[in-house]
Write a protein that binds this ligand. Sequence first.
Ligand code: APR
Length: 255
Amino acid sequence: MTTSNMAQQLREAKHVVVFTGAGASAESGIPTFRDALTGLWERFDPAHLATPQAFRADPSLCWGWYEWRRLKVIQAQPNGAHLAIAELANRVPKLTVVTQNVDDLHERAGSRDVIHLHGSLHSPRCIDCGQAHTLPLPTDALPEDGRRIEPPRCSACNGYVRPGVVWFGEMLPEDAWSAGLAAAQKCDVFLSIGTSGIVYPAAELPLRALGHGATVVHINPVRFDISGQEHFLEGPASVMMQSLLRETFGDHPIS
Ligand code: APR
């Protein structure tokens, strides 16, 4: 499918779902999960950092990694894809953003009511009693040489505070999952942007949308196999989304 065929579908759409993965934030300088273990972190396996067992085994190492990611997000800005998605919401009758990302770049670009399937770096809670940790976390740079950071303690039970993200082996938040599923099953256009599509259950959403008759389009610079009913726009998220928006609604500045 070309962007001009896609533009026609978007002009007629009543409900668009935008489903994003790490690739949507890549152009903001946030490494995708599978590219994240660079520099200070190159010797580590994500499976050994992103599980409850990893946190219990070495809380300071795990917390240090997520603090490094959280500070990278604070220093980053939304990119052209985030901005185009927020703008698209003003142009179609209904748009739902469902993200696997744990950053807040969609919100900072202006998207509202974003469904976070995998939680957020910005909502830490106690690993033992679950109480939200509301004291502010640092916003300045981490020490150059330090990858280990002792997590804060819960004010209610003194347990360790953990990142508010969904780890491998954990359930997705029930309300986010059911809202994401409902949107996928009701939309007429489903844009899947910057996701490798290998982490379930999130990766089920494009299939559910397809099963309910939506036009499903994958946007990714790296081509992968899709069924004959799905579509692919090959290129970086910001370039493809900006040109799709221009093609659909004419020239207008996106800022
Ligand atoms: N534009 C669009 N896509 C891009 C770009 C870009 N500029 N750069 C990279 N990509 C694509 C990659 O080709 C890859 O397909 O983004 C995808 C990123 O894949 P992953 O790192 O696997 O990220 P994601 O699909 O979000 O992972 C799903 O798994 O790691 C866990 O919980 C974590 O939410 C994450 C989930």
